[in-house]
Design a protein around this ligand. Structure first.
Ligand code: SF4
Ligand code: SF4
Length: 196
């Protein structure tokens, strides 16, 4: 059998007798010093660099100014025109009869004579912001809220919940929140929405 470069190799010394060097006569790396140096260089470079990770949830990453988070609603601006529900491409935003939640004080304060306000199934929302764009009064808008991990049926927000931040909802009486979420769920599963 013909061994490639057999003559050349025959002239070289026995590899076992060659002292350790970076490159041996057989072109095999004996001591990977160059590789170690490259690795150390990379380690040192990264060691002094500012970390790009955030220790969530203690530290939160700043969000963009126009970030589209959960829908919010200003109850005192809504006039019940239903444009948001009409613009919503997948029925996420729908009108509800607001008498369920409306107290006499709210009746006196808010200009919405129709008693119709939008509710939002946040689990289905695609954050397209069309509802915000068509709203003539700026009542419905995208908020920076993005921590929305809840069970599926806890995500239908009635108007009173839509006007609050997630931390405000967490500070509310849990029984009251549960009642509102259950009513939102009942409305959407019974398809008991207000016709628009
Ligand atoms: S952001 Fe889009 S999907 Fe979500 S409620 Fe508004 S219109 Fe509907
Ligand atoms: S939130 Fe805006 S678009 Fe929707 S019903 Fe109220 S005023 Fe009309």
């Amino acid at each position: 059998m013909r061994v490639p470069n057999a003559k050349k190799h025959a002239e070289l010394p026995n590899p076992l007798s060659v002292p350790p060097t970076v490159i041996d006569p057989y072109r095999r790396t004996r001591l990977p010093l160059a590789a170690i140096a490259t690795g150390l260089k990379t380690t040192l470079k990264v060691f002094f660099r500012k970390p790009v990770t955030y220790e969530y949830p203690e530290v939160r990453r700043p969000i963009a100014e126009r970030y589209r988070g959960r829908i919010g609603l200003e109850l005192d601006l809504c006039i019940g025109c239903t444009l948001c529900a009409q613009a919503c491409p997948n029925g996420t935003c729908f009108m509800v009869d607001f008498k369920f939640e409306k107290t006499p004080e709210m009746n006196a304060k808010f200009p919405n004579k129709k008693d119709k306000m939008p509710a939002v199934d946040t689990a289905r929302c695609i954050y397209c912001s069309l509802c915000e764009e068509v709203c003539p009064t700026g009542a419905i808008h995208m908020t920076p809220e993005y921590e929305l991990s809840r069970t599926r049926k806890d995500q239908v927000y009635l108007p009173v919940l839509l006007q609050k931040t997630e931390s405000e909802i967490d500070a509310m009486d849990p029984a009251e929140v549960a009642k509102m979420l259950a009513e939102g769920q009942r409305l959407i599963t019974a398809n008991d929405k207000v016709r628009i």
